[in-house]
Design a binder for this molecule. Structure first.
Ligand code: CA
Length: 224
C-alpha cells in the first residue's frame, strides 16, 4: 500500500516514515501542502495522511483540492486536540477519517489499513478501456475479446497505466510501482513496454500505449 504523509513537523514526519515502512507501507513525505498536492498529482496513493496545520496551504484546502481533482485516495486527517480545528470540518472537506494528535502509532496503522481496504473495495477490479479489458483480480487481459498472455511485469505495467488512463506516467513512476526499487534502470521499463505493445497493440493495429517524449507513457483512454 502506498502512503503519502503530509506533515510539517520534521521529527514526526521522519518517525512516521520509518514506522510505516517497517509495517510494509511504501511511504513518501511532503512537508507542506503544495508539495503534498504536487506529489499526489504525480503518483496514485492509496492513502494520504494529512496534517491540518501546514505552512502555505492548510490540510483542509489540500483535501478539498485533492477531491476537486478527482483523487480517490483514502484521506486521514491529523487534527490537534483542543485546537480551533474541527473534526466535522475535516470530514466536510472530503476526508475519510481523522485522528487527534497525539495519537498512538498502532492506532494509526490500524486505521490506515482499514482505510486502504475500504478504498480498495471501491475500486473496480475490471478496467475497461475501449475494447481493452483488464481484470485485476484474475490478472488477465483481452483485446477485442481475444485473450492476451502477459508476463507478470507486463501485466503490472498495463494495470498501472490503465489506473492512470489518459495521464502521462513517467518511467520512474513505473519503476517505483512495478519493481519496488527507487533506483532501477529506466531502459528496463522500455523493454517491457515494447513487449506489451507487441501483445496488446500491434496485432490489433492499435497504438494505445503512447510514448510521450522525455516524459513517459500514456495509455489512451479510447484504446485507439
Ligand atoms: Ca503541523
Amino acid at each position: 500500500m502506498r502512503v503519502l504523509v503530509v506533515e510539517d513537523e520534521r521529527r514526526l514526519a521522519v518517525a512516521l516514515r520509518r514506522g510505516l515502512e517497517t509495517e510494509g507501507f511504501r511511504v513518501d513525505v511532503a512537508h507542506d501542502g503544495l508539495e503534498g498536492l504536487r506529489l499526489a498529482d504525480q503518483q496514485a496513493y492509496d492513502v494520504i495522511v494529512l496534517d491540518i496545520m501546514l505552512p502555505g496551504l492548510d490540510g483542509y484546502r489540500v483535501c478539498a483540492r485533492l477531491r476537486a481533482a478527482g483523487s480517490q485516495a483514502g484521506i486521514l486527517m491529523l487534527t490537534a486536540k483542543d485546537g480551533e480545528w474541527d473534526e466535522a470540518e475535516a470530514l466536510d472537506t472530503g476526508a475519510d477519517d481523522f485522528l487527534s494528535k497525539p495519537f498512538s502509532f498502532l492506532v494509526l496503522v490500524a486505521r490506515l489499513r482499514a482505510l486502504g481496504r475500504r478504498i480498495g473495495r471501491g475500486r473496480p477490479s475490471v478496467l475497461v478501456l475501449g475494447d481493452l479489458v483488464i481484470d485485476s483480480d484474475a490478472r488477465t487481459c483481452s483485446r477485442a475479446g481475444v485473450p492476451t498472455h502477459l508476463t507478470a511485469r507486463e501485466f503490472d505495467i498495463l494495470e498501472h497505466l490503465a489506473l492512470r488512463a489518459g495521464a502521462v506516467v513517467s518511467k520512474r513512476e513505473i519503476l517505483d510501482q512495478v519493481w519496488d526499487v527507487g533506483d532501477g534502470d529506466p531502459n528496463v521499463v522500455e523493454v517491457h513496454v515494447s513487449a506489451l505493445r507487441r501483445k496488446i497493440d500491434t496485432p490489433f493495429g492499435r497504438s494505445s500505449v503512447q510514448t510521450m517524449r522525455g516524459a513517459g507513457y500514456r495509455l489512451a483512454a479510447d484504446g485507439g
